[in-house]
Each structure stands twice: as structure tokens, then as C-alpha cells.
Write a protein that binds this ligand. Sequence first.
Ligand code: THU
Length: 130
Amino acid sequence: MPNEIKWDLLHEQAKIAMKNAYVPYSKFPVGVSALVNDGRIVSGCNVENASYGIGLCAECGLISNLAMTGGGRLVAVVCVDGNGDFLSPCGRCRQLLFEHGGNELLMMTPDGPQPMSFLLPWAFGPANLE
Ligand code: THU
């Protein structure tokens, strides 16, 4: 587990990811980057579709990137909008992030880092299926 979270680096990586967004319909690019417990950084951007409802949120790409590059647990996440400002992830994406980071996963907000236990209280997750 990395003992220091480089929030500025995660913010920069999220802004770089956001530049890759494919958003011809909403014109609302999103980028997200996360620190994994082995020290690597994974990222994603939103990828929309002519069938509007099946567009992929940026967090979907991040989770796919996480799995494809070796898995692990998410430690810290930064999500940004087209201005590079911290963005509040949608409910579905909080669930995606919770699966791979649990209650301790930290997410940057305008009020500083907040744990998933605050952003998605009493979450349904893998433990409920045991
Ligand atoms: N979006 C994300 O990528 N992540 C979120 O957490 C919120 C919303 C995307 C979906 C859509 O492409 C655009 O933002 C506008 O809703």
C-alpha cells in the first residue's frame, strides 16, 4: 500500500484522460484516475454512443483498465469535468468504484478527500453475497 497519495498527480492524470473523452452527444467530457494499492495509476474517460443510453461513463473505462492491467484495490480516485474541476460520480459509478475499493477508498471532492463510506453509505457489495 503506498503510504502517500499524490493527489496532484492523480488530478493531472484525470485531466489528461478527460481529453480523450468521446462525447459528441453531451459535449460533457469526463476523466478519472485512480491510485491502485500496488502503486500504479489507472484512468478512464467517457465514451458515448449514438444509442444514447448505452454510453460508457469514465469510471467504466477506469475499472476496465484496472482489470486489464493486473487488478488490485483502488486506494484514491479523482474524477474531473471538462474544466478539470472535481466531479461528483454518478450513483452507478460509485457502485463500480465500491466493488474495487470498498469503504476505505478515498475520493477527492471540493471539501477534500472523502471515503466511499461517506459517498455511498451502507453500500451493497461483495460481502452481502457471502
Ligand atoms: N459521466 C461520467 O462519465 N461519469 C459520471 O460519474 C457522471 C457522468 C458522463 C456520462 C455522459 O457521457 C456525460 O458524463 C454526461 O452525463
